[in-house]
Each structure stands twice: as C-alpha cells, then as structure tokens.
Design a protein around this ligand. Structure first.
Ligand code: 13P
Length: 254
C-alpha cells in the first residue's frame, strides 16, 4: 500500500549515546509530524537496541541498514533477520549502493535478502539506482528496472505491494547534486510498471534530499517519500524536512 514514508539512513554515524540524545530531541517535537506520515530511523546495528528502548511507545519505526539472508550460521560479522526482528526492527534497507560498491553485494544477493526479510515479517526498503555513467548514457531506467526485477524475482504481487523501493541515483548520493524531481518521477514510473504489485508499493527518492527540495519531490505523483542520508543526521533538520514535505496538506497526499 502506498504510504508517505521518510526513512533516515544514518549510515556509519552515531553510537549509543548520540542515538539516545538524537531520539530525545526528535521526539520532543514529533507531534507536529502528520499522523499519516511514517517515520523510520535506521541507526547502525550497535545502536539498535538503545534506539528501540527510546522509541518504545512512539510512532517512529526502527530500521536496520542491511542484514544477511540466512537465519544463523558461520557468517562472521553478519546479522540475521530474526536478530533484527527480536530487537523490534520493522524496516530493513537492502541493496544500498554503498553496500553494492564496497561490499560487493549483487542483485542476486539482494533478491535473497528481500525474500528473507519478508519471511521474517520485516519490510524491505530495496535500493535501486544507476551510476553517473549509466545515467549519462541514458540507461537509468533500464538499469533500475533490471535491479528491481531481480530483487523481487519469484515473489507474488501482494508481497511486492507491501515492500518499499528507494530510487537512489548513485551520482546524487551525498553529492549535493540532487536528481531533478520530474526526472526521478519518470524513473519511478518505469519501476512501478516493471512488475505487478509495484504500482501499490511505496517508492522513495534518495540522493541529497533536504528540507528545501523535499516538497518538489513529494509534489510528483510517483514519489511517496524519501530515504535520507546526510539531512537525517541532525534531529531538527530531519524533522523540518518531514514537515516541509507536504506543505498545507494537513498530513495527507493531495
Ligand atoms: P544523502 O541524503 O546523504 O545524499 O544520502 C542518500 C542515501 O544514500 C540514503 O540512503
């Protein structure tokens, strides 16, 4: 089901103490966030338990940044789906371009992870996105559709409708060079059309989203929210970004 979602991907930032401090500050004014908007915070693994404690009773959901597809076993350094579920994690970011680039994650690894997340009741936020080279060659749509088709292969349409996709053009991540909203909208249209079920999934934009450009994205018909890196690291900034997303909408999409 399409929902307005803002997820803060903290990447490798913030320990336990900083996480507690952030959440206290974020929750102080969280009532200004419209009830129809789902907010997800994805701290590093080491801060998940502290975050879960601090978010208890709030309407903010907890997310993880990756996971392995196996339940347990000889996978040194890895974290499994049931380990996340036990901590109260609801969402899990899968196939982020940084994991694909630095940890060698393949489209097929992402497929296994998506299936495992769904099996364990976790909502996958599946990241897709093209490189600058692919973008400049006019191959953005082709590349992200290929990533989406592999990630969701073999799953029924009903399962896809419950997933979240994040379109993150790699060249826009952490660069301050955000993708133009109409262009992002076009790519998302192609993603939605690529598989049955994705028409009803929530699709987020990610890549240098901030409090000033967020409303332009949310005004596009295919864009349901954001997967936010840098601008989610400060509690006030992230809250302002979410408040600016739907100006005058009173919490519901026009
Ligand atoms: P930035 O918002 O810092 O560009 O990062 C986007 C991102 O990678 C979120 O997953």
């Amino acid at each position: 089901m399409r929902q307005t979602i803002f997820a803060g991907n903290w990447k490798m930032n913030k320990g336990v103490a900083q996480t507690r401090e952030y959440i206290e500050r974020f929750l102080t004014h969280a009532e200004a966030i419209p009830e129809t908007v789902r907010v997800v915070l994805a701290p590093p693994f080491t801060a998940l338990e502290a975050a879960a404690d601090h978010l208890y009773g709030s309407r903010i959901d907890l997310g993880a940044q990756t996971m392995h597809w196996e339940e347990h076993g000889a996978f040194t350094g890895e974290i499994s789906p049931p380990m996340l579920a036990e901590l109260g994690v609801t969402y899990v970011i899968l196939g982020h371009s940084e994991r694909r680039a630095y940890e060698g994650e393949t489209d097929d690894d992402v497929r296994r992870k998506v299936a495992a997340a769904l099996e364990h009741g976790l909502i996958p936020i599946v990241c897709v996105g093209e490189t600058l080279e692919e973008h400049d060659a006019g191959r953005a749509q082709q590349r992200v559709v290929e990533q989406a088709r592999t990630a969701f292969a073999g799953l029924p349409a009903e399962s896809l409708a419950g997933c979240v996709v994040a379109y993150e053009p790699i060249w826009a991540i952490g660069t301050g060079r955000n993708c133009e909203s109409a262009q992002a909208n076009e790519v998302m249209e192609a993603i939605r059309a690529s598989l049955p079920g994705l028409a009803d999934a929530s699709i987020l934009y990610g890549g240098s989203m901030n409090a000033d450009n967020v409303a332009g994205y949310l005004a596009q018909p295919q864009i349901d929210g954001g997967l936010v890196g840098g601008a989610s690291l400060d509690a006030e900034q992230f809250r302002r970004l979410i408040e600016n997303a739907l100006p005058g909408a009173g919490g519901s999409r026009p």
